[in-house]
Design a protein around this ligand. Structure first.
Ligand code: FAD
Ligand code: NAP
Length: 531
């Protein structure tokens, strides 16, 4: 039987895959989206843990490609919770009739470029097929990191991962629960689980900075104001460094007086969430300025946590913001509860998981539920978990073994007609991701359309341009404090991964660069190369 053929295969049905489908289909291409989950939503399908919500205000963390959509949809809270974001994505899919071209429960397991035919041979969990282009909309934070603790497979209680949360309701009432990790996911989950569980043990390796969300019902006046000038509002946000509203672009912490600085930090602490890092323009550029912000947050933690010993354990030491900043609703306050115990893994390392619970330090903990909030193989994991073979049969996983190189986070040498959405070397995780991925979807779609118009059949990046680009990515990061700690931004959370800084810092110069590249007929890419 002849194989199915299509113009474009899109892998993943989250924010990126849905918009790609709409955009490419509207341009007249035949497109199929393959999604391994049984439904759409990506991040907002998989991360159903209690307390999951966005930490960029929903008026910003939403699509802007359709003015009617952004006018019609009403968010109920400043930072919407996971169910509402999932409902929004389903609304978008219904509104643009997307579901008919998404094949669920279908994992893309391999993709091989056939150089003779200039086609991708795609292998899914169900069939083999061919497509001219392949777009990885597989997500930056979608490949869960599951540490291999000794004895894990013997654990007999309920084992959960925040990034792979079950769809059934999970009730912790009367349960003894442990959570390992204190990143954004855990920081959101802990206050909610603490309200339910009989006892919650929190196993912390690195204390983390978190800013209060001050979440609440949508301010309808603010919503009306934004909606009255939505495109301008979006543009204003996009024009600053991280694509998020409310960031200072000029005033410097090191030049401010102590009182003035404290007052300004306070205003941002109370109102801005992630935007706390934008209180001053030099917080992520200058170590001294950064330490001023860090001291302010450490003091706030000390004020919130009643027991001074626990407050000390919760005190982060590293450069604020160099691990992804967290935003919470009652995180530090949860440690004032009698049913929450903090365990420092540095002095009490996990020795093993037992059938009943776990052993850390000298203590054995008997558990009903064990939650891994241990993050993701970020930015590259979802792509390298697929067996992708390019020119000469080269494997992408091997090519990226010593570092993931990409031209603009969009194209990879040796992998013609393969695009990544928010790939390594793009602002992605250091920006508001929805507008970032919209930018990529539009760029990719326009590029494929341009190729059709200009009768080009193959596009690829070269090693030279991607080497140069990744040098620039690192040179920009070197001017900041981002490299000063271990984080998933630089692969430090995954042992076998190259330790390199992957996101490009700076939305405006990046946007200008990829726009120029497109205007100059995709300068830096080569077309229709023959062997
Ligand atoms: P995803 O939503 O990750 O979707 C990728 C899809 O690809 C998934 O459905 C996955 O199942 C599918 N897939 C992967 N591999 C395969 C395969 N081989 N075959 C078939 N299907 C495959 N960003 C922000 O800017 N602001 C926030 O507030 C924010 N909050 C977040 C909260 C959480 C809990 C997490 C984990 C991330 C958050 N992010 C946030 C980042 C978030 O991932 C992005 O904002 C956005 O949702 C990414 O959309 P995406 O479509 O690119 O990827
Ligand atoms: P994460 O930030 O990577 O945090 C993982 C946590 O697990 C860290 O505390 C880490 O400690 C710990 N850990 C990992 N391996 C461990 C091990 N073997 N033993 C003990 N501890 C271990 O992951 P995440 O919390 O899932 O968040 C990932 C990203 O998703 C966030 O940074 C953010 O971008 C996004 N997110 C956003 C929100 C939101 O508020 N909207 C919510 C959730 C996630 P170390 O720090 O010591 O490595």
């Amino acid at each position: 039987m002849p194989l199915r053929k299509m113009d474009v295969v899109v892998v993943g049905a989250g924010f990126s895959g849905l918009y790609l489908l709409h955009k490419l289909r509207s341009a007249g291409f035949s497109v199929t989206v393959f999604e391994k989950a049984d439904q759409l939503g990506g991040t907002w399908h998989w991360n159903r843990y209690p307390g999951a919500r966005c930490d960029i205000p929903s008026l910003q963390y939403s699509y802007q490609f359709d003015e009617d959509l952004q006018q019609d949809w009403n968010w109920t809270e400043k930072y919407s919770a996971q169910p509402e974001i999932l409902e929004y994505l389903n609304h978008v899919a219904d509104r643009f009739d997307l579901k008919k071209d998404i094949e669920f429960n279908t994992e893309v397991v391999a993709a091989k470029f056939n150089e003779e035919k200039s086609l991708w041979q795609i292998k899914t969990s169900k069939e083999e097929l061919e497509s001219k282009f392949c777009v990885m909309a597989t997500g930056c934070l979608s490949a869960p990191n599951t540490p291999d603790f000794e004895g894990m497979k013997d654990y007999e209680g309920q084992l959960l991962h925040t990034g792979k949360w079950p769809q059934r309701p999970v009730d912790f009432t009367d349960e003894t629960v442990a959570i390992i990790g204190t990143g954004s996911s855990s920081i959101q989950a802990i206050p909610v689980i603490a309200e339910q569980a009989k006892h919650l043990y929190v196993f912390q390796r690195t204390a983390n900075y978190s800013i209060p969300s001050n979440n609440g019902p949508m301010n309808t006046q603010e919503e009306a104001d934004v909606k009255s000038r939505y495109p301008e509002f979006r543009k204003e946000n996009w024009d600053n460094g991280f694509g998020i509203a409310g960031l200072e672009i000029e005033a410097l912490a090191v030049e401010a007086g102590e009182e003035e600085r404290k007052e300004k930090f306070n205003v941002h602490w109370e109102n801005e969430g992630l935007g706390f890092l934008g209180t001053y323009a030099d917080l992520m550029l200058d170590k001294d300025a950064n330490e001023m912000a860090a001291v302010f947050v450490r003091e706030k933690i000390r004020e919130k946590v009643k027991d001074p010993e626990i407050a000390e354990l919760l005190r982060p030491e590293y450069t604020i913001g160099c691990k992804r900043l967290c935003v919470d609703s009652g995180y530090f306050e949860a440690f004032n509860r009698d049913n929450v115990t903090l365990i420092d893994l540095n002095t009490n390392p996990i020795a093993r998981i037992t059938p009943e619970g776990l052993v850390a330090g000298k203590e054995e903990y008997s558990l009903d539920s064990l939650i891994l909030a241990t993050g993701f193989d970020a930015m590259t994991g979802a792509v390298t978990r697929i067996d992708i073979r390019g020119r000469g049969g080269v494997s992408l996983k091997d090519q990226w073994k010593n570092g993931a190189k990409s031209y603009l986070g969009l194209g990879i040498s040796n992998f013609p007609n393969l695009f990544t959405v928010t790939g390594p070397g793009s602002p992605s995780v250091l920006s508001n991701m929805v507008p970032s991925l919209e930018l990529h979807v539009e760029w990719i779609s326009n590029c494929i359309e341009w190729m059709r118009e200009n009768k080009k059949s193959v596009i690829e990046s070269t090693k030279t341009v991607e080497d140069e680009w990744m040098i620039l990515v690192n040179e920009v990061a070197d001017q900041t404090v981002y490299k000063s700690c271990k984080s998933w931004y630089n692969g430090s959370n995954i042992d076998e991964k190259a330790k390199e800084f992957l996101p490009f810092i700076g939305v405006p110069p990046y946007t200008e660069k990829i726009t120029q590249v497109a205007e100059q007929n995709y300068q830096g890419f080569v077309f229709d190369k023959t062997n």
